[in-house]
Design a protein around this ligand. Structure first.
Ligand code: HEC
Length: 112
């Protein structure tokens, strides 16, 4: 009996933990969506300048494979391959690295 009580207490603690982790994630995604809608959409919603379009799974798959730290580094510094041009910080001079990361996580979440 005692064992069951402990088990259910651990179980509910884990549920609380899991739901707060999910809430933080949803908040990041909402923030990312906001940054995206303010800045990145100019290219990434339409494919302007050859940018990988949000929702284009084929275009994003090889990029996602590089991992988030690499994507973030490319977004910070800019990236120019095959004559394409991702400007440093996606032209968002006042975006923090956390802002960029949230925007990338939003784009990735919509593209896989
Ligand atoms: C002026 C157009 C433009 C804007 C604005 C822009 N991007 Fe990009 N982005 C590009 C292009 C073009 C590429 C593809 C570059 C390449 O493959 O060399 C790209 C690629 C990327 C990639 C993939 C990098 C990789 O390693 O494959 C990420 C991540 C990214 N952009 C994030 C962002 C974020 C975040 C914002 C907004 C803060 C943003 N971009 C705004 C044009 C833009």
């Amino acid at each position: 009996m005692k064992k069951m009580l402990v088990a259910s207490a651990v179980g509910s603690l884990m549920m609380i933990f899991a739901s707060s982790a999910m809430a933080a994630n949803a908040k990041d995604l909402a923030h990312g969506k906001e940054i995206f809608g303010r800045v990145c959409f100019a290219c990434h919603a339409t494919g302007a300048a050859g940018a990988p379009k949000v929702g284009d799974k084929a275009a994003w798959a090889p990029r996602i494979k590089q991992g988030l730290p690499t994507l973030l580094k490319h977004a910070e510094n800019g990236l120019s391959t095959n004559g394409l041009m991702m400007p440093p910080r996606g032209t968002c001079g006042d975006c923090s690295n956390d802002d960029l990361k949230a925007a990338i996580e939003y784009m990735v979440s919509q593209s896989k």
